[in-house]
Write a protein that binds this ligand. Structure first.
Ligand SMILES: CC(C)(COP(=O)(O)OP(=O)(O)OC[C@H]1O[C@@H](n2cnc3c(N)ncnc32)[C@H](O)[C@@H]1OP(=O)(O)O)[C@@H](O)C(=O)NCCC(=O)NCCS
Length: 165
């Protein structure tokens, strides 16, 4: 039986986080706005500083970080009711196991204590991701054309929102 733990990451998780995040950017570059070259150049101090700024959750299976997701409450007065979710990633061998569900439920619970709605973007040609978010009540409110340009190829993104209240 695998032991699973979901928790917010902190400075002590820097190396493991950087490893899984870089793996994510390599394996699915069109799923994330972050760029592999830029991220791989970041120092551990910069990553640790990110943990202070953003709420980054991780799912550990038998002590190993296997999934990540970031949440951030918008800072400006008129946007404080809104949170963004991004960089959701589950390592390939853990997909379809329910780990994504465990992590995402945790993220949504934490978010619902802070904001009235959460927003995210998912590439149109990522049907697995789109289906996953719809399962949690996210609705598409439009398409952002050419949301990402990855090595000269353009990717449109669905803009999705989930209202908590
Ligand atoms: C998106 C992601 C987090 C979802 O986690 P997961 O463990 O794969 O989630 P699931 O296995 O529950 O898949 C979600 C749904 O898509 C379905 N699905 C699986 N493969 C699919 C495919 N190729 N096309 C369409 N749907 C697919 C699943 O059956 C499931 O539907 P169900 O709930 O009706 O069974 C994970 O796939 C991932 O990390 N992908 C790469 C990074 C990424 O795209 N992140 C999102 C950025 S916005």
């Amino acid at each position: 039986m695998n032991e699973t733990e979901i928790r917010q990451l902190n400075a002590e998780d820097t190396a493991e986080y950087q490893a899984i995040f870089l793996g994510a950017l390599q394996s699915a570059p069109a799923a994330f706005a972050a760029d592999y070259q830029e991220e791989s150049a970041r120092s551990s101090e910069q990553i640790a500083e990110r943990f202070q700024r953003e709420v980054i959750f991780g799912a550990f299976v038998d002590g190993r970080l296997c999934a990540i997701a970031t949440f951030l409450q918008q800072p400006s007065t008129k946007r404080r009711h809104v949170g963004m979710i991004w960089n959701m990633y589950v390592s390939e061998e853990r997909r379809g196991t329910g780990l994504a569900d465990m992590l995402f439920k945790h993220v949504l619970e934490a978010a619902s204590l802070k904001v009235d709605q959460v927003e995210l973007y998912v590439a149109i040609d990522n049907p697995r991701g789109g289906k996953f978010y719809r399962k949690y009540g996210f609705e598409s409110y439009g398409v952002m054309p050419r949301a990402l340009r990855v090595q000269g190829a353009d990717f449109d993104a669905l803009m999705m929102v989930k209202k908590f209240r």
